[in-house]
Design a protein around this ligand. Structure first.
Ligand code: UDP
Length: 416
């Protein structure tokens, strides 16, 4: 019922070269206070999307810091994930109606997962449970008090949620000790908890996706999948999701191509276990781009993994992230870390990462996106200056040890 995710081994010491001391030293001190604590992370998918990306690196680093961390995935029938995707959309502001059948499925699935969790010997002595996003939220209601302090970690933009959906979900937050949001603006109305923390996500600078690739290797990787890195290239890397506005990207690309005729566009998208809408969005994009030899559509199911994403983010002249709603958008920091400028929608957590003259250009429309693309493609000097400033911003604020410091500080506070 619950799947434990196998994770690798990482050493926090190897992050010293990338991360400022002001983060590393307090992180090690705080970890000492939590040595031996048992932390469980619960989420809905082991791959595809930012939460999986984060946990894959964070969990081994917790362990290296002396904390017994595990990561488990809840399970449910396909219609459960259709319901939770509906909730996800509604919490980001789309109108939606959860039917009685939807609610029953949401609650029964939580109850079954909670029963599996309670019979798991590893769960017996748990100290802290991080529940990521709406999908596993209701498990808490089916677990007795005394099984650790529960923290609801919301990664999505819940600043203007559909009121009925939010009202329903908040009913399951009663037994939680704390909630964590990416930005203060995301805290929805009437949160039934006193302890609210604001912690933006972060990227792992040493993961295969973000480690430094030499240019020859990056070229070879892109050549191998059919991209010609000699011609200008712009790329959007994201789940196939309407909030990421892939059709807007295609429109902006077509306008930019009038000025830069050999411009290539790559849309690189992953399918996630908990996102049943991915294939519909994929087909819509495929119809919109069909037959254009300069537009390339890739998925994780056709061989595009971490190294390929790394090569795209490194060798594209510009990375696009034209989101309309965005919890954070790890892909923005991933690109900036590789010193690639980003044109991105002014949405959710993206403006935390890009500011005036730092990282790239924030846009509010297809036309503005096209103009920013043309400006950066035709002025590589300015693009490079923006990107270099962006990398420094990521180094200071958006590398994983900073996130770990924030999370462990929260846990130490709860333990006190
Ligand atoms: N990603 C990937 N392959 C893809 C598309 C996305 O590995 O084809 C990764 C991307 O590099 C990033 C994560 O999935 O690490 C997406 O996180 P983000 O916060 O940008 O968006 P989310 O999917 O969580 O909304």
């Amino acid at each position: 019922m619950l799947q434990t995710v196998d994770i690798g081994q990482l050493s926090i010491a190897s992050y010293r070269t990338a991360v400022p001391e002001q983060i590393m030293d307090p992180l090690l001190d705080t970890a000492k206070r939590l040595r031996g604590a048992r932390v469980l992370h619960l989420s809905a998918t082991p791959y595809g999307g930012g939460v999986a990306e984060l946990l894959r690196s964070a969990v081994p680093l917790y362990r290296d810091l002396g904390i017994h961390a595990t990561w488990k995935i809840i399970s449910g029938p396909e219609p459960f994930f259709a319901v939770t995707k509906k909730m996800h959309n509604a919490l980001q502001g789309a109108p939606a109606v959860l039917t009685d059948t939807d609610r029953t499925l949401f609650e029964r699935t939580a109850e079954r997962n909670a029963a599996a969790l309670c019979s798991d010997p590893e769960f017996r002595d748990v100290d802290f449970v991080f529940v990521h996003d709406p999908q596993p939220t209701a498990l808490r209601s089916y677990v007795d008090d005394g099984k650790g302090s529960w923290i609801w970690r919301c990664h999505i933009d819940t600043s203007e949620p559909d009121p009925a959906t939010w009202h329903y979900l908040r009913g399951f937050l009663d037994g939680y000790a704390a909630t964590v949001f990416t930005m203060a603006q995301f805290v929805p109305p009437d949160l039934p908890l006193d302890l609210i923390d604001v912690i933006p996500p972060a990227i792992d600078p040493l993961s295969p996706k973000n480690m430094s690739l030499d240019d020859r290797t990056a070229h070879a990787v892109l050549n191998w999948i059919g991209i010609e890195p000699g011609h200008p290239l712009i790329t959007q890397v994201s789940r196939f999701d309407k909030w990421k506005d892939p059709l807007g990207v295609i429109e902006a690309y077509r306008i930019a191509r009038e000025t830069v005729p050999d411009l290539q566009l790559a849309l690189v998208g992953s399918m996630a276990l908990d996102d049943p809408e991915g294939w519909d969005v994929y087909r819509t994009i495929s119809d919109a781009t069909d037959g254009d030899p300069l537009v390339h559509l890739f998925t994780n199911l056709t061989g595009v993994g971490n190294i390929e994403v790394n090569a795209f983010q490194q060798l594209s002249q510009v990375i696009v992230q034209k989101s309309i709603r965005e919890g954070f958008g790890l892909v923005v920091s991933e690109a900036l870390w590789k010193q690639t400028p980003v044109v991105a929608g002014r949405a959710g957590g993206i403006p935390l990462q890009i500011a005036d003259e730092c990282g790239g250009v924030l846009v509010d429309s297809v036309e503005a996106c096209a103009k920013a693309l043309i400006d950066l493609l035709t002025d590589p000097g300015h693009a490079a200056t923006l990107a270099a400033a962006g990398r420094e911003r990521v180094r200071k604020h958006f590398l994983l040890p900073r996130l770990l410091l924030n999370e462990l500080t929260l846990l130490a506070g709860l333990a006190a």
